[in-house]
Write a new protein. Structure first.
Length: 323
């Protein structure tokens, strides 16, 4: 009997422990499978089609349509600091007949709450250009001056800038910012340049069809320009170079967004007259129109720096759009 009682007690105890273990299995949380750590790397890339390529108020495509594209790898050290580098390209129409504009750039983007900063280096490369200056022996003299207007231009207009930018996002609707760029030789002219600009953006109320957003934005900038080297001093009184006219530019526009697409409709203008614009750009389309200024005694003028309206359709993607 004792043996039977022990066996029954042991069996009951075992069943109780087994039931308790089953209950515990039901109550204990199930551990989720380990998530793969997110990569600190990201990429941004995109393209654009525009009715005119405008840079600081001045056409770079002779007021003709232009295409652009860029590719930008990024590395996020943390949520508040990003390193980036990129390459971009735009179609242009320059007086030296350069094939295109190719940009190389790199920088860092620290953020402090609503304040976003950006510090970097930008190289503007214009390959395939030809030299036009009858007073310079070699290739320049062989090509002579530019046909029709007699302007001169270097074969290589490539130059670089360093820059700093700041943007403050006040709320979901309004943001504003400023930037400064510096180059020791703008367009490889020998003239130094400091460009200071401000910008503002206001997101308009959502009244358009679902998925379509819109915003207003405006920019204003001033380019402080120095004196060129002697290459451009071909006219009497300018043997030491041309003191470029510093100028102010501005733009205002309305943009529509849908998914990764943006349609930007924008008005651009500067305070440069046609004569000082010709002295700065050496535009191949400049014609005599009596635009005499202290740095443009030839009277040639160009509309490259004048008021213009530009439509631009762009698409901007990141790595998440590929998933």
């Amino acid at each position: 009997m004792k043996k039977l009682a022990c066996a029954v007690a042991l069996a009951l105890g075992y069943s109780t422990v087994s039931g308790l273990a089953a209950d515990l299995d039901k109550k204990m949380p199930v551990k989720a499978p380990a998530m793969a750590p997110s990569s600190p790397w990201d990429i941004a890339f995109g393209a654009a089609l525009m009715s005119d390529y405008n840079f600081r108020g001045i056409t770079q495509s002779n007021h003709k349509p232009s295409v652009a594209a860029y590719f930008e790898p990024r590395y996020n050290f943390n949520d508040s600091l990003q390193w980036y580098a990129g390459v971009a390209g735009e179609s242009i129409s320059f007086p030296n007949r350069a094939a295109a504009e190719i940009d190389f750039y790199t920088g860092i983007r620290p953020t402090f709450g609503k304040l976003a900063l950006d510090f970097g280096f930008w190289e503007y490369w214009y390959p395939g250009g030809s030299c036009f200056n009858a007073a310079i022996p070699g290739e320049c003299a062989d090509n002579g001056n530019l046909p029709i207007n007699g302007n001169v231009i270097k074969s290589d207009l490539s130059f670089w800038e360093i820059y700093g930018k700041a943007t403050y996002t006040l709320n979901d609707l309004f943001s504003f910012g400023g930037s400064v760029f510096y180059s020791p030789s703008v367009l490889n002219s020998g003239a130094d340049g400091t460009y200071v600009a401000g910008t503002a953006k206001y997101v308009l109320p959502t009244v358009l069809p679902a998925g379509i957003g819109w915003f207003l934005s405006a920019d204003v900038g001033h380019w402080f320009l120095g004196t060129t080297d002697s290459f451009y001093g071909v006219l009497p009184g300018f043997a030491g170079g041309i003191p470029f006219k510093s100028y102010t530019n501005w733009d205002v526009g309305l943009a529509f967004t849908w998914k990764q697409f943006t349609l930007d409709l924008r008005y651009f203008d500067t305070d440069l007259n046609k004569g000082d614009c010709n002295a700065f750009t050496s535009a191949q389309n400049a014609r005599f129109d009596g635009s005499f200024t202290s740095i443009n005694p030839s009277g040639m003028g160009t509309n490259w720096c004048g008021a213009t309206f530009i439509a631009k359709l762009s698409v901007d993607l990141t790595k998440d759009n590929l998933k």
